[in-house]
Design a protein around this ligand. Structure first.
Ligand code: RIB
Length: 302
């Protein structure tokens, strides 16, 4: 079976729930506090493992307590951690998250994530991946490393799935090496300069992404669901109606689940519909990685 490699960030998420977001210069009291494992890379790797895929996390943590906990959690979920680098004298990535009415505001301190050693990443991609494997990337690690990794993976016929979050444009000539791009609305707007807020603009944004060279597109639209395109037709996938508790990691769940379903040979449509159900389930639970559903849970709620 093909393997999934996730190159990206690992963060410890420090979360406070609040009845509203504070204004500039204002202090408010929160209602709840918890610490849990997150980071877009870690969440996506956990989503893949919870779907049953052989998943390898490539990333970095600091030599601190959070670093140990992040690796331990990944192991618990079945993610292989031998390609995680430990960086001395640097803290592990931290995300300060405020959740209000299910929506979040996040500030990330990259910490060790910013110091990933490219030579090591290059060696892993060159010696451990095989044609048909999948490489999932986001943009919470230095962009030049994301770019170089895409180029290597594509040369090795490894399928590239890019979640361009946080939003930033990669070098233009690299988009044609991306098999599937999964941006949200904001990221789509930054990449295409089109705000995807109605059917016409969504179609234009998708066309624009295809024009860049990307083969397949899936835009996550928050409460409106998702839209996918493999080049010709566009399919809108409506969001499931659920009680929104915490949207943190919903996009990551979508990315990981789509990757595994595609790897199992499902169509983009089937994969994205299944991933949409998985994201909906995630939203009903507090937290990031720990709140991502398992394959069986998604199947039962389809
Ligand atoms: O996508 C959600 C993630 O973004 C959180 O877990 C947080 O760590 C930030 O990286």
């Amino acid at each position: 079976m093909a393997k999934i490699f996730v190159l990206g960030s690992l963060n410890m998420d420090l979360v406070i729930n609040a009845e509203r977001f504070p204004n500039k210069g204002e202090t408010i009291k929160g209602t709840d506090f918890f610490i849990n494992e997150g980071g877009k890379g870690l969440n996506q790797a956990v989503a893949c493992a919870k779907m049953g895929a052989e998943t390898y996390m490539i990333g970095t943590v600091g030599c601190d307590e959070y670093g140990k906990k992040l690796i331990k959690a990944l192991k618990t979920y079945g993610v292989k951690t031998k390609y995680i680098q430990k960086i001395k004298h640097k803290n592990s990535g931290i995300a300060l998250i405020t959740v209000c009415d299910g929506e979040n505001k996040i500030i990330v301190n990259s910490g060790a994530n910013a110091l990933i050693n490219f030579a090591k990443v290059e060696k892993i991609l060159n010696t451990k991946t095989l044609p048909g494997d999948i490489l999932i990337l986001q943009q919470e690690i230095p962009l030049d490393i994301v770019e170089k990794a895409i180029a290597i993976a594509s040369k090795k016929y490894v399928k590239v799935i890019l979640n361009p979050a946080p939003a930033a444009k990669i070098k233009k000539d690299l988009y044609k090496k991306v098999d599937l791009i999964i941006p949200n609305e904001t990221e789509t707007e930054i990449l295409t300069e089109i705000c995807p807020d109605d059917e016409v603009s969504i179609k234009l944004a998708i066309q624009s992404l295809h024009k860049l060279g990307v083969k397949n597109v899936a835009i996550t639209l928050g409460s409106k669901g998702a839209v996918i395109s493999a080049g010709k037709e566009i399919e809108f996938i409506p969001a499931k109606i659920v009680k929104v508790v915490d949207t943190t990691g919903a996009g990551d769940t979508f990315v990981g689940v789509v990757a595994v379903m595609l790897q199992e040979g499902k169509s983009l449509s089937k994969s994205a519909n299944f991933a949409n159900t998985a994201s909906a389930l995630k939203i009903t639970r507090k937290g990031a990685a720990k709140a991502i559903p398992t394959y069986t849970e998604v199947l039962l709620s389809e």
